[in-house]
Design a protein around this ligand. Sequence first.
Ligand code: PLP
Length: 375
Amino acid sequence: MDRHVSDMKPESWLVAAGREPAPGAPLNVPLVPASNFIIGSGREYARDDGTPTWEALETIIGGLEHGHAVAFASGMAAIAAVFDQLHAGAVVALPTDCYQGVAGLAAAGAQRGRWSVQLLAVDDTAGWIDACARADLIWLESPSNPLLTVADLAAICAAPRKPGALVAVDNTFATPLNQQPLALGADISLQSATKFIGGHSDLLAGVATTSDPRLWAALKTSRELTGATPGTLEAFLAARGARTLAVRLQRAQATAQLLAERLAAHPRVLLVRYPGLPSHPTYATAQRVLKGFGTIISFDVRGGAAAADQVCQAVRLIHHATSLGAVESTIERRAAIPGQQHLPPSLLRLSVGIEDADDLWADLSSALAAIEATP
Ligand SMILES: *Cc1c(COP(=O)(O)O)cnc(C)c1O
């Protein structure tokens, strides 16, 4: 009766996994709001032992990533649990283009003397291979945020490591459908389930997956001791969102490819960063490492920050909002965010949703036309 991910395609697994096959059991993931359980089954207290709702989400994502998953309160909670594994004085190799929360977490820990941080460009493959031999945590994020640089995960994960070193990959932008870090040799793959897995901008959740049983137990213990547990409704919604992940991703990334090509040809656009464009600096790596190029496009408009702000104000179908990976398209000027001033001032990050491609292009092109001529 037991289903296994190797028996089917990931698209089928997303729909089939995490359901109780027993006669009379609910067809869907049960929403179990319980802190404690009757003693006798081994499951006593939710923070220690989990709940059937969290476990359904863990089964779905764990299978997809080819490991065992631990669900957390947010992506950052899952990420903090990985940093929680470090011993005092550890060396962390971190990408220069990195999710802001992770950069902040790493910097705060470094400031308190808990670890030291070495920054590397995402596409500096030789630098990462070298870091594998010296660092205790090799933190990769690919494609990166917001420059969408693709790391050569296959080469980096295969490099010899310092004994005990961990290679962790923030796989949020790629999703487990486009990239499988554990299969490439990483120790941990992370998802902010807030993004593509949930897919509807209505929850915060995170998942860490590993194929190492000891590491899995350590991550679970970290969740238990820090109390970084997922909400019941959030885990339910994330599992429900996962059912449609494949169709949402396939549609949105087909639209993203089209919009990236049209943006690249637009006279008011200076530069488009999308891993599926041959002009992208890591296009060749993306072809090798990724199954699909994702739904995020970063592009710079002519006319600087003011012009980019005008685009954000002029869109009608696309929402001027942060975050990504949802059914609705969102756009924001990244350098407007505190702490992100190092980015190009007119860089717009567009998360393409599942709306009609021509409607999205009509919205984008009229917003670009609304840029007032700059002197
Ligand atoms: C959003 C995000 C996170 C953090 O996830 P939360 O669920 O917001 O805590 C981490 N990494 C990446 C790449 C993200 O996009």
